[in-house]
Design a protein around this ligand. Structure first.
Ligand code: HEC
Ligand code: HEC
Ligand code: HEC
Ligand code: HEC
Ligand code: HEC
Length: 478
């Protein structure tokens, strides 16, 4: 290979200190990027910080160096031109590139070769950087404190293998650009520590679920009825289990009855206006079914829809009910029930449900540390149940560790996230949920109410019973 272009090019780079500096920056950062990329491909290093260095910080330095090269050359030429004795030469705007001179030819060839190499490197890095920004690691782990609670809850959900961007951005170029712009704002907010704690919910401008959830979930799917057995433990000495059995009428498809049948029927659209940011108090609901339009309002509270700002009217979609498909934050009682049911906390420990719920609630409400939970629980058993504690120390200690884990999963003091910060809209037990509209108070002009009839959404087969007969009949005795 003919390498005679290298010499003149190096000489050109050395003509002034700006160009020389730029050349060094570019060469060194370029080599480190290539090394990192190779190590990444070989799987030797796999850390979010290395990725950030190789794909974002170093390319910045690389481009900056690249920019310095022509700036230095321009400055050098300007100096030369201004000092030139010949007036004609001083007036020339651009340098004369005479390809008949071997030296000029070699330099030009060198510039073309190096530019090709640089373009290749830049396009590889940009591609890798964009791909990297789509990873769960980037979204969930880079801004530790900020995303930790959502990330932890996500890992624990049925969507833990779905990438953050599949729900938060979805496919297509316009949303890609929007997400990068808002991402830039978020990076600035994190850098200068101006972000809100806790991160406000509902997420404004979340992409409509047709473009996210419905990439995987087919809305026409028919689910039918689903039997749900819910086990709650009482706050008595023996933590008595009580069972509730629901037949949830999920429906779907072409069926008339059922939750999905009505709410995700493609021929119906539901719009609403909320009075508060949390979308809990609903002032106005409109249902469009072809040409037929029905509006529901609260008695005596008329809403002047035309005078509202655009954006105040929201079209209901999957996320109005499934607002916690992956970041599920539990309340103390729910979390305790789940852990006792799954055996991570022994039901034989006296008053464990009551003690757990009380201590979790109090420490959480004052945004205390997980260690506080551990100390208070241990102290409670040592003082009030000392015999049990000494004979069953292992079981109590295991429960203490599990309750500490519940606390860590659901409370994040540094994000000011605690019990109930993120309400769940499915159901109506702990948060208004379905009853935001289904309260038998929203009324249409022809006097129809959005019903709260207990059998509309589910049949209650048993409600807080110790030994529900229905479970025996269904062969589901547990
Ligand atoms: C299955 C879809 C889905 C996935 C996957 C997902 N999210 Fe979310 N996320 C949501 C929905 C839905 C909301 C709440 C929307 C609302 O109530 O307005 C949300 C809310 C959030 C919020 C706002 C605070 C809150 O809890 O309401 C943050 C921050 C967040 N997600 C981060 C992430 C990160 C980081 C990942 C990846 C580790 C991720 N999300 C993955 C659907 C998803
Ligand atoms: C990339 C594909 C994908 C996307 C996007 C997605 N899901 Fe899912 N979802 C799944 C899979 C797969 C399961 C089944 C997981 C299992 O059973 O363990 C599931 C399960 C569910 C379930 C039932 C299990 C549960 O946790 O209650 C609900 C409800 C659900 N998804 C709602 C949503 C909503 C709402 C969105 C949009 C915010 C969404 N999904 C986005 C793939 C996806
Ligand atoms: C009106 C509220 C509402 C809307 C809107 C809604 N769902 Fe549901 N969905 C429910 C309820 C309630 C359940 C039952 C929850 C349970 O099993 O605990 C459910 C169950 C599910 C399940 C689990 C079904 C199973 O086999 O267990 C999936 C998946 C799901 N919904 C996806 C969606 C998707 C996708 C959308 C949007 C196209 C959507 N839902 C819109 C209320 C809703
Ligand atoms: C934003 C308001 C709103 C919310 C929130 C809401 N719904 Fe509805 N829902 C309606 C309206 C409006 C109707 C139609 C009422 C009518 O025409 O009788 C309806 C109808 C239904 C129906 C059909 C009733 C029938 O008579 O056949 C079911 C089932 C249902 N909703 C379930 C749910 C469930 C479950 C939830 C919570 C997970 C929920 N809805 C949350 C507004 C809402
Ligand atoms: C608009 C639909 C709707 C109506 C009306 C409705 N429910 Fe529910 N209910 C739900 C949904 C959805 C769940 C949550 C199921 C789950 O856990 O996923 C639920 C859960 C429950 C539970 C179990 C709570 C728990 O977690 O222990 C009980 C009990 C219950 N409902 C009682 C009632 C009673 C009583 C009425 C009548 C006043 C009623 N429901 C009306 C939708 C409805």
């Amino acid at each position: 290979m003919n390498l005679r272009w290298v010499g003149p090019l190096l000489k050109l780079f050395g003509t002034n200190w700006i160009t020389l500096f730029g050349t060094n920056l570019t060469t060194i950062s370029g080599l480190i990027i290539v090394a990192f990329l190779l190590l990444g491909v070989l799987g030797v290093v796999d850390s979010p910080y290395v990725a950030i260095m190789a794909l974002m910080v170093l390319p910045g330095i690389f481009l900056f160096g690249l920019l310095l090269i022509p700036i230095g050359l321009y400055w050098e030429r300007k100096k030369k031109k201004d000092g030139a004795p010949d007036r004609a030469e001083r007036r020339l705007r651009y340098p004369i590139i005479n390809l008949n001179k071997p030296r000029v030819r070699r330099v030009t060839l060198g510039v073309v070769i190096l530019t090709t190499v640089n373009l290749l490197l830049i396009s590889t890095v940009s591609y890798e950087a964009v791909a990297y920004m789509e990873t769960t690691e980037f979204c969930g782990q880079i801004c530790h404190t900020v995303m930790d609670p959502e990330f932890a809850a996500y890992l624990n959900s049925s969507h833990s293998k779905v990438k953050c961007v599949e729900c938060h951005i979805g496919p297509g170029a316009p949303w890609f650009v929007r997400s990068k712009l808002s991402g830039l704002g978020q990076v600035i907010a994190v850098t200068f520590d101006t972000f809100e704690r806790p991160i406000p919910t509902p997420v404004e401008n979340l992409r409509p679920s047709q473009d996210t959830c419905e990439q995987c979930h087919w809305p026409g799917r028919f689910t039918g009825d689903k039997i749900k057995v819910i086990t709650r433990y009482s706050e008595d000495e023996t933590n008595t289990p009580l069972k509730t059995v629901l037949a949830l009428h999920i429906g779907g498809g072409e069926r008339e009855e059922g939750i999905h049948s009505w709410h995700i029927d493609p021929d119906k659209q539901t719009f609403y206006v909320a009075k508060d940011e949390r979308r809990h108090e609903i002032a106005w609901i409109q249902v469009k079914e072809g040409d037929q339009i029905t509006e529901y309002t609260l008695d005596g509270e008329d809403v002047d829809v035309d005078s509202l700002e655009p954006g105040a009217i929201r079209q209901m979609d999957c996320i109005d009910c499934h607002n916690r498909p992956t970041h599920v934050f539990k309340l103390p009682a729910e979390a305790m029930d789940e852990s006792i049911y799954s055996g991570r906390i022994s039901q034989s420990i006296p008053y464990i449900k009551k003690a757990g719920v009380e201590i979790l609630t109090e420490v959480g409400n004052s945004l205390g540390t997980p260690e506080e939970v551990v100390q208070r629980l241990r102290a409670y058993y040592q003082e009030n149940h000392s015999d049990f504690y000494s004979s069953e120390k292992q079981a109590v200690e295991q429960a203490v560790r599990e309750i500490e884990a519940i606390y860590r999963r659901n409370v994040a003091p540094d994000m000011r996230l605690t019990w109930g910060t993120y309400p769940n809209n499915i159901g109506h037990q702990n948060f208004p949920g379905c009853f935001r509209c289904h309260d038998s108070e929203h009324e249409s002009s022809d006097g129809r109410l959005i019903e709260q009839d207990c059998e509309t959404c589910h049949t209650i087969l048993a409600w807080d019973e110790e030994n529900p007969e229905i479970l025996q009949q269904l062969g589901l005795e547990q």
